[in-house]
Design a protein. Structure first.
Length: 407
């Protein structure tokens, strides 16, 4: 900001310097180089050499009149001077361009001043409405990165940053909500683990006790059968507790906030097509978008776009890069969107697992990933009342998203 302020001072100073130097040069040439005086000296030289000068030969002279004895000799509508050359008086009429030059300088000065005013107006507008607003925002990302999420971001009526501030405050709110949810989830998990670990101690202690008794031969043959059954029951109890832990962790490690509303299918597909047309063209992958009849869907348009993005990214990552095709179909009160990519190497027996969390197929070797993409798609479609399923055929992977229609 300080550098920009120095620029605001430097530009008018440089402009004023240019104007001053230009004026000085023009006016100096006007004062010391009057053409008509030069022409008079040249006329004198011609007459002294016995020649007859002509006004046409001199740029500033309009007429050369020798004295003829009339009283009109001293009368003329033009500017003139009287000189004696060779014993004869001459009236030399001329045009003095000094005033014209000064008017030109004045006009040029006004033009440059107007340009300077426009430039300064634009620079000041940029400073007040863009740079000043941006200077107020530059600390916000750093504060968010540090975890300072409690203080809300003030809204602004700026046409350039109003929407940005609104979106940044939404991001802050989401981060704050996620942080609070994460802390709450960690608290619940800790409580759950402490509770279940306590519950496991009792059957585990019983198993250890029974094992020691069996080792020492404290039970007769009839009692041993009962002890073995008790050990089995206690092991089942421990297994049940461990299943509770796994189930709780699988269900709670991610939250899916979905806002149900009515929206047009084209609203989502236009954005998907606009983004992936450019991306796939760079990758050299053909994109074939099938024709569809637009309709109103029920769900969250942003979440549906996220689902399709995950599917497209998987198609790019695990396909052969030749072609991705999108087709549409109707089934009862649902619209089906099918994304097909060529080059699928996933065995058909693994299809039942691809929507599980953290599961990665045998075709993912040497390719980075978390195993959550399709799991997220499945959870989001469930939250929106839809569905998602996958098929393989003739070396193609077909993933179909089932969206509910309105009504």
């Amino acid at each position: 900001m300080k550098s920009y302020d120095r620029l605001l001072v430097l530009i008018p100073l440089l402009m004023l310097l240019v104007i001053a130097v230009t004026d000085a040069m023009l006016l100096q040439s006007s004062d010391h180089g009057r053409q008509y005086l030069v022409d008079v000296n040249r006329i004198e030289q011609v007459i002294a050499q016995g020649g007859t000068p002509s006004a046409d030969d001199y740029p500033a002279v309009t007429r050369i009149c020798p004295y003829d004895g009339s009283a009109d000799f001293y009368c003329s509508d033009s500017e003139y001077l009287i000189r004696e050359f060779g014993g004869t008086l001459y009236r030399i009429e001329y045009t003095d361009q000094t005033d014209e030059r000064r008017n030109l300088v004045l006009t040029l000065d006004l033009l440059l001043a107007g340009i300077l005013a426009v430039i300064m107006g634009v620079l000041i507008y940029i400073r007040q409405h863009i740079l000043k607003q941006f200077a107020n925002l530059r600390e916000l990302p750093m504060q968010l990165a540090k975890g300072n999420l409690t203080q809300s971001i003030k809204e602004s009526s700026s046409r350039y940053f109003g929407k940005f501030l609104w979106g940044l405050d939404m991001l802050r709110g989401e981060l704050e909500h996620s942080k609070a949810s994460e802390l709450e989830r960690a608290r619940k998990e800790k409580t759950l683990l402490l509770s279940l670990s306590h519950d496991i101690k009792t059957p585990l202690a019983a198993i250890k006790l029974y094992s020691k008794g069996l080792t020492r031969g404290l039970f007769d043959a009839g009692k041993q059968a009962e002890i073995y059954q008790n050990i089995s029951d206690k092991a089942d109890e421990i297994e049940a507790r461990l299943s509770e832990i796994v189930h709780a962790l699988n269900n709670d490690f991610m939250q899916f906030d979905v806002t149900i509303s009515d929206f047009y299918l084209s609203h989502v597909m236009n954005r998907i097509q606009a983004y992936y047309s450019d991306k796939l063209s760079v990758l050299g992958t053909a994109l074939e978008m099938g024709e569809y009849r637009d309709c109103m869907l029920s769900g969250d348009p942003d979440r549906l776009e996220e689902v399709l993005q995950n599917i497209f990214e998987n198609a790019i990552k695990y396909g052969d890069g030749k072609r991705i095709t999108v087709s549409f179909a109707d089934e009862e009160d649902c619209r089906l969107i099918t994304v097909v990519n060529t080059g699928c190497t996933l065995p058909e027996e693994e299809l039942t697992h691809i929507f599980e969390s953290f599961w990665r197929g045998s075709n993912t070797r040497n390719k980075q990933g978390s195993g959550l993409g399709l799991y997220i798609c499945s959870r989001l479609m469930q939250e929106m009342g839809g569905d998602i399923f996958a098929e393989t055929a003739d070396g193609d992977m077909r993933i179909t998203v089932v969206c509910k229609k309105c009504g």
